[in-house]
Design a protein around this ligand. Structure first.
Ligand code: KE4
Length: 428
């Protein structure tokens, strides 16, 4: 028995599913989760000493690769000064200043501790600012596990096969309206029916929790127009796309300005950090200046700020960082597309920048319904082959592959394509 198997056997008696976040249990791919001992650059090593080329990257934060030396140094230096004070610090001022500088739509920002917390708080600010209650979200989009968002959500909820979650009272979701991604008519209908009651539309500007589903031409612009028409706020949930598609995230990449943005993952470089921000008049609704209450013991934690500041500074100051990363992504996913096509595998490969996902379906995947046509058993078999050949992919069809600056074309990407090619040739 491997050490991972031993640990998992004990873990399931101590934590629900043996994990602290459902997708890590490898439930939908029928494998024993690998217990990771260390990570560096593009690699993770498990407790049995197996090394993997990692395409999860902690679900997005590791855009520079694991344990970038400058990030690690900043964390160690900050930790040496104390782990947390529960008081204002200079690092929070620096972080807020940097975010406002690199994301033009952010005039004011509040740090929190996770993407979920960022979304929960942004929704409350939007409701407080507009005095309205209803929120539109999109089927298959995942915005963390705050009650109001656990309606036809993506990611682990989608994998669990439950459209919603138990334990969420109807009162918490009665104001959550679901529209279909890339379907403006479905949004228009909701606005026509109750536009004056809609506080906000929240959207992943690139769907990445039903697998990767980029916005079709005009979709995001259409949301902006509808929100302006009905006086609702447009919230971009950039927990995944923030600082990934461009330095100013998807909003910079597509040129659409949201009223509020939520961040997570990359902003903390692997430490527990989330943030929400946007128009000053909305953010000034937030306590202690405004009537919208929100707080957090460890929000703006100095060690987490040091990690985030180090990573964002590298992203900001490295010449052509995003041009190079996105070009590398385009090359890699187009090579993957060629492998799949040459092998005659029924597939839809969606990718944008350093995000991508192969769906085992002959349909074009543009929303939740088409994503659900994918053969998750086939995905599980693919996953099993890849992990047993040293390639660590998302243990679910409805997640993304994340490339980092540490993945080198001639090394990790070439090796990955070789393992993939061998598999697809044998299994189509
Ligand atoms: P967290 O609370 O997990 O930090 O962020 C929630 C969240 C919010 N918005 C978007 C667009 C997200 O993708 C997420 C979390 N992403 C998942 C991966 N699909 C986290 C992985 C997990 O749940 O373990």
């Amino acid at each position: 028995m491997s050490r991972s198997e031993e640990l998992f056997r004990e873990a399931v008696t101590l934590m629900p599913g043996g994990v602290n976040s459902p997708v890590r249990a490898f439930g939908s791919v029928g494998e024993t989760p690998r217990f990771i001992a260390s990570a560096k650059g593009a690699y993770m090593t498990d407790v049995d000493g197996n090394a993997y080329i990692d395409y999860v990257g902690s679900w997005g934060p590791m855009i520079l690769g694991h344990n970038h030396p400058e990030v690690l140094k900043s964390v160690m230096e900050a930790a040496a000064n104390g782990l947390s004070y529960g008081a204002a610090t200079e690092s929070e001022v620096k972080m807020a200043k940097l975010i406002c500088e690199i994301v033009p739509s952010i005039e004011m920002v509040r740090m929190v501790n996770s993407g979920t917390e960022a979304v929960m708080s942004a929704l409350r600010a939007a409701r407080g600012f507009t005095g309205r209650n209803k929120i539109i979200k999109f089927t298959g989009c995942y915005h963390g596990h705050t009650d109001a968002m656990l309606v036809k959500a993506g990611s682990g909820v989608m994998t669990a096969g439950v459209p919603d979650s138990a334990g969420v009272p109807e009162g918490c979701t009665k104001d959550t309206l679901s529209a279909e991604y890339n379907n403006l008519d479905s949004v228009r209908t909701l606005f026509e029916n109750c536009g004056e009651e809609i506080a906000a539309v929240i959207v992943e500007p690139v769907g990445a929790n039903m697998g990767v589903v980029p916005p079709e031409e005009g979709f995001l612009e259409g949301l902006r127009i509808l929100c302006d028409k009905y006086g609702s706020l447009l919230i971009f949930d950039e927990v995944i796309t923030g600082f990934r598609l461009s330095l100013s995230g998807a909003q910079g990449y597509f040129g659409i300005t949201p009223d509020l943005t939520t961040f997570g993952k990359i902003i903390g470089a692997g430490m527990p950090v989330g943030a929400y921000g946007g128009r000053r008049e909305v953010m000034e609704m937030v306590a202690p200046v405004g009537a919208v209450y929100q707080a957090g013991t460890l929000s703006g934690n100095p060690v987490a700020m040091a990690a985030g500041l180090a990573q964002l500074t590298i992203l900001k100051e490295t010449p052509d960082f995003y041009e190079n990363l996105n070009k590398k992504g385009d090359w890699f996913f187009s090579q993957m597309e060629k492998l799949l096509t040459d092998a005659g595998v029924p597939h839809c490969l969606n990718h944008i920048g350093s995000l991508g996902c192969v769906f085992f379906t002959d349909k074009k995947v543009t929303d939740y319904a088409s994503a659900k046509t994918s053969d998750t058993t086939a995905y599980g078999q693919y996953f099993k082959h890849m992990i047993n050949h040293g390639i660590y992919l998302a243990p679910s069809q409805f997640e993304a592959m994340f490339l980092s600056a540490a993945h080198q074309k001639e090394r990790e990407l070439a090796k990955t394509l070789e393992v993939m090619g061998a598999y697809f040739e044998k299994n189509n």
